[in-house]
Design a binder for this molecule. Sequence first.
Ligand code: G6P
Length: 609
Amino acid sequence: MCGIVGYLGKKEALPLVIDGLKYLEYRGYDSAGVAVHSGKKIEIVKAVGKINDLEQKLEQASGKGTCAIGHTRWATHGKPCLKNSHPHQNTDGNIVLVHNGIIENYGGLKIKLEEEGVVFKSETDTEVLVQLIGRYYDGDLAKAVIAALREVTGTYAIAVLAKDRPNEIVIAKKSAPLCIGIGKGENFFGSDAIAFIKHTNKVVYLKDGEVAVLTPKTVLIKNLQGKKVSYKVNNLSLDPSSIEKGEYPHFMLKEIYEQPRAIQDTLDGRISPQNDEVILTELDKYQEYLLGINKILIVACGTSWHAGLVAEYILEKHARIPVEVDYAAEFRYRFPVLDEKTLVLTISQSGETADTIAAIGEAQALGAKVLSIVNVPASTIARDSDMVIYTYAGREIGVASTKAFTTQLIVLSLFAVYLGRLHHSLDDAAASAILQNLKRVPNEIAKVFNEAKNIKKIAKAFHKHSNALYLGRGVGFPIALEGALKLKEISYIHAEGYPAAEMKHGPIALIDENMPTVVLAFKGRRYEKILGNIMEVKARKGKLIVIASESNDGIKRIADWVIHIPDASESISAILAVVPLQLLAYYIAVEKGCSVDQPRNLAKSVTVE
Ligand code: G6P
């Protein structure tokens, strides 16, 4: 999704803004642009493609100044091209703006402005806003921005410059992330604090409906009624080195290999020394509420939704509470049946996914309490939820989620035991067995890395295929979905995940000698059944890649390729099996020469509907 960065202070602004934009590249984009205020005029430079393309163009540009804004665009309204990329300016050229979000009523506003004689240069919804601000501008930029924002509906994070106000930037937000970085004699802002964390860790998170007037030395925040509001400065602890690739060629590979550490950090301090209780002090205040719930509704998007599907199996098994799992975008627009006895559980890596944020509001309005599992501290979802359990995966930059997913599975497993104990559906022995197994996961994942060479060979053999089927049963089914998603996200190979038993109801028609099928066949009570599915694929000459438990040597006689994971319980095997699927997708994408960390059209965090 679009990224916004800005700086104003004493330093040359453009290098800082470009650097900030590079840190936002992970969000996904198709074009980029900057505007710098030189004191007398505003120079705009834009490029389709990557930040490098923009930098090349900037070599020919003359603009210098200590106040600048920058933008990476992920196209919604209007194709990716120069005229649609940001910054946009009004017809008079005195107002310049960057925007993340969607102005939903832009059509009507555009007609009105055209009737007044405005000639639009782009196909974007954003241009309506800059024209509108220009219409209201009389020397007071914040007032004009507020007047324009009161006319628009939709979502926005914006930054606005005026030609005759060289030391001022006005920013505003509604349902799109935006935060301010307060420095000494300088101020920054960005869609994500990662854009400026190298320079300051003093961060103000702008709230919806707030407009901030920034100068190098001051920050003034107003609401849409023009009234001054107070704000809190947070000391953010984000290690800048955690956002570097280090020795790895891609963030995705680095993040795959970080999983033992990420899982350890997520487990630390959450299991009692006797291994029989889960410690989630963040839920202490809500124990009585959690004891009274009779339904859990899980709401999420993408990979986090897959984590929700895994949770359905383990929560129902351990806590004996009915669970439903829904896509956030579907949940928010249907008429869900829930009340104050329903726990709505949202799962999100970024904490900024627009549909999940909206779903939280819907759920709370219907009387439910919301517990969220989130990776990014102080993100919108974390702030909006009644209860939060953090995963400690650390920053995830690769667009394809890896360590965030496995740490979500760990938190969900802990939460299932916690609820099981609270509802007296898990006894000491059962809880202790699960928790001891969970503690072994970091080491067991490290063992899975021994399969990397084997997986690379499989990737070489399979990267030319254009389709793949992923099959699993029980908790293996959502893991199959996740494996298929990883492959399509980064290698653009069409892949489908299916519950293995459903294969006979359709996908089996696709199987021939050109169709690779990845089967999750670890030991457990469904093993014999899935072996039956493997034989069905083999009988139709399908190519078989089987993820099997270490002790299952015999599977080599049936499968074309075998990837072994350590022997473990069914639900732990499911967590371990994620890792070879991530590596398989990664090496196939590398073989194909794909842009692993920034796959085409995808965004790390989907901040628009
Ligand atoms: C995007 C990302 C996915 C992610 C999904 C949900 O599609 O590319 O990796 O799973 O959003 O994001 P969230 O941050 O809410 O987990």
